[in-house]
Design a protein around this ligand. Sequence first.
Ligand SMILES: NC(=O)c1ccc[n+]([C@@H]2O[C@H](COP(=O)([O-])OP(=O)(O)OC[C@H]3O[C@@H](n4cnc5c(N)ncnc54)[C@H](O)[C@@H]3O)[C@@H](O)[C@H]2O)c1
Length: 326
Amino acid sequence: MLKVGLIGCGFMGTMHANCYKNIEGVEVVAFADLRRECAEKLAEGTKAEIYADGYDLINNADVDVIDICLPTYLHSEYAIAAMDKVKYVFVEKPVALTKKQGAQMIKAAKKTGANVQVGQVIRFWDEYVKLAEIIKSGELGKILNANFRRLSPIPTWGWNDWLLKNELSGGAAQDLHIHDMDYVLSQFGKPNKIKSVKNIAGEQASYINSLLVYDDFVVSVEGTWALPGTHPFEATFRVVFEKGVVENAGGKFMLYTTDKAEEIKIEKQEVAGDGFEGGNVSDLGGYYNELVYFTDCAKNNTKVERAILCDGASSLNYVLEEIKNA
Ligand SMILES: NC(=O)c1ccc[n+]([C@@H]2O[C@H](COP(=O)([O-])OP(=O)(O)OC[C@H]3O[C@@H](n4cnc5c(N)ncnc54)[C@H](O)[C@@H]3O)[C@@H](O)[C@H]2O)c1
C-alpha cells in the first residue's frame, strides 16, 4: 500500500482525496490542515491521522509520498521540506509564487534526488492528451493557428480569500491562464515572441490575452476569472491544421474536415467511484489521471517524467514575464 500524506484539505485537497480513494494500492494515511474540520472531513471513515500544520505532517507522519495542495505562496517552503522527507512529492500548480522560489525548489530536488510532479493537470486531461497525439502524428498537416481559452467566474472559495490577493496567488494569469500556457509550451515549445494584454480589476490581473508567435503560426491564449458567477466555467480550444480543425467547445470535441464534421470519441473510464458526485472516475478528469501517473511512479520507483518540476517552473517564468510585459 502506498501511503500518502496530503497537506491542504481545501478545494483541491478534497479533489485529490477523492481521486486517491479510487486508486488501487493507494491510501491517504495523514491529512494536514490549519482548519482541522477540513482534514477531519476528508479522513471520515478511515484511520488516517490528522495534523494541524503541514510541517507537523512532514516531520511526524509515516508516509511514502507527500501531496501539497496549499495556497500557492506556501508551495515552495513545504515542498522543499517534503523533499527532505520522501522521494516523491506532488505540488499543485502554479509551482510557486516567484521565479526565485521555483529555482529554490529545483535546487532542492537536485540535492535530495526527490521526484517532483507539478499539478499542470491539462497535460493529463483526455481531450488535451488526444490533441497532443493528433499534433504529434502530423496526420492533419501543418498547424495554421490555434487558440486556447479558460474563462471563469471569480474564485471565491479560497481560505481567507488568498486567491483574490494578487500578492498571494498572482491573480488570474498566474493561477488560471498558466494551465493553457503550460500546455501550449509543452506542445509547441518556446515561441519567437509573446505579446500580452492584461487588465487589472481591483487588486488583481483579472484578464490576460497573449499571442505566441511561432515560425509558421500564431497561438492565442486567453484567460479570465472576471466573469459573473452565473457564467459557467469554460475551457476550450481550436487548432486549425492544413487538413482540418480540431475543436473542443460547447461540450463537444470535434474534428472538422472538408467532407465531414465528426465527434472525436474518447474512451472514458467507467469505474464505480467512491466519495464524489457522479459516481465514475471519468468525472474526476485529469486530476485522477495525473495522480494515477504520480502514484504509479512512486509504487514502481520510477522517474517522474510528465509535468516535472523544471517544466512547471519554466511555465511559471513565462507567465511572470507575460504579466510584467503586458
Ligand atoms: N489544478 C487545478 O486545476 C487547480 C484548481 C484549483 C486550485 N489549484 C491550486 O491548488 C492549490 C490550493 O488551492 P485551493 O483552491 O485548494 O485553496 P483552498 O483555500 O481551498 O485550500 C487551501 C487549504 O490550505 C489550508 N492551509 C493553509 N495553510 C496551511 C498550513 N500551513 N498547513 C496546513 N494547511 C494549511 C487552508 O486551511 C485551506 O484549507 C493552489 O496552489 C491552487 O492554485 C489547482
